[in-house]
Design a protein around this ligand. Structure first.
Ligand code: LIP
Length: 304
């Protein structure tokens, strides 16, 4: 089935803008947030609000009406299932995070976004990441470029990515998974700080971190613990900006001739390492990603 992705993007943008009104109103009015904060899976740092559920229900019902044959995967829907698994098929599938940066949303920290990605044959082909508080809408269609408010990405162009010690890293610490995992995550940030790199930044949203790399304003982003819905939409935006996305480790059994930037990436693998577009090209990106991998400590985590 040949999809008209430009037409789809135009329609879905309207839905996301309407969802953004709900998020922005709640972000600014606060009542509904303060009265509806819940924790997920008894983890006091993994928060959800009525707005997360309301926005996901709105997007699900609207998309189902327009594209009845497409499947839907959403953070709150998956989280409410027994398996909590994301079973992707070849069928066109919407992958939605209704509010990425929920903790930011609860605290009034303005880095929150609505993520809508479309996968075809498990490949991300369309992505929208919209921050309604700061009015920044990132969009991309596979093979057609990436944009922020219709300006082409990267915004910061023609900037060499010389070396790790001249780089700005992004990472997140996620919700609490035990002291040992905190030590590994903090240790990874420390490894970059003691290169020493120019700095390490955290916005509190996987998708918005990836969009900073797509803008060209950050050089790398890495995290363990993110979910498919956090990164699906932003992965199209980052790749279309000329960036690359890989896992923490090289997939086993891969032919040595395959560059790091050309490795297959596991959307459900919950581990991500990204690099921005750079004028030195793909082989240089692969070289630097290999250097970052050597510094990153890993831990086992169940896939989505
Ligand atoms: C968030 C991610 C972030 C991660 C947080 C949380 P949510 O997604 O965007 O990268 O560190 O723990 O998972 O839960 O706000 O949609």
């Amino acid at each position: 089935m040949e999809l008209n992705l430009e037409e789809i993007l135009s329609k879905v943008k309207e839905l996301v803008l309407k969802a953004g009104e709900k998020v922005k109103d709640a972000f600014e009015s606060r009542e509904i947030i303060n009265s509806s904060i819940e924790v997920k899976h008894t983890n006091p740092t993994d928060l959800v609000t009525a707005i997360d559920k309301n926005v996901e229900n709105y997007l699900f019902s609207s998309l189902k009406e327009i594209y009845p044959s497409f499947l839907l995967v959403g953070e709150e829907t998956v989280s409410s299932t027994e398996s909590q698994k994301v079973n992707l098929t070849d069928t066109p599938t919407w992958v939605i995070d209704p509010v990425d940066g929920t903790t930011n949303f609860v605290h009034g920290f303005p880095f929150v976004c609505i993520c809508v990605g479309l996968l075809v044959k498990k490949e991300p082909v369309l992505g929208i990441v919209y921050n309604p508080v700061l009015n920044e809408m990132y969009t991309a269609i596979k093979g057609k470029g990436a944009f922020i408010n219709n300006k082409k990405l990267p915004l910061i162009k023609n900037t060499p990515l010389q070396s790790l010690n001249k780089s700005l890293f992004m990472t997140e610490y996620g919700y609490y998974l035990g002291e040992d995992k905190v030590n590994i995550k903090v240790g990874n940030a420390k490894s970059m700080l003691t290169i020493p790199a120019h700095g390490v930044r955290s916005l509190g949203s996987c998708a918005l971190d990836m969009c900073q790399v797509a803008r060209g304003g950050a050089d790398f982003y890495f995290e363990i613990g993110i979910h498919t819905w956090d990164l699906a939409a932003a992965s199209v935006i980052l790749r279309e900006s000329g960036g690359a996305i890989v896992g923490y480790r090289r997939p086993e059994g891969l032919d040595n001739s395959i560059s790091i930037v050309d490795e297959p990436f596991d959307l459900n693998g919950r581990k991500i390492l990204c690099i921005r577009n750079c004028i030195e090209g793909k082989e240089h990106q692969s070289k630097l990603l290999g250097e970052v991998r050597k510094l990153l400590k890993d831990f086992e985590i169940e896939s989505d």
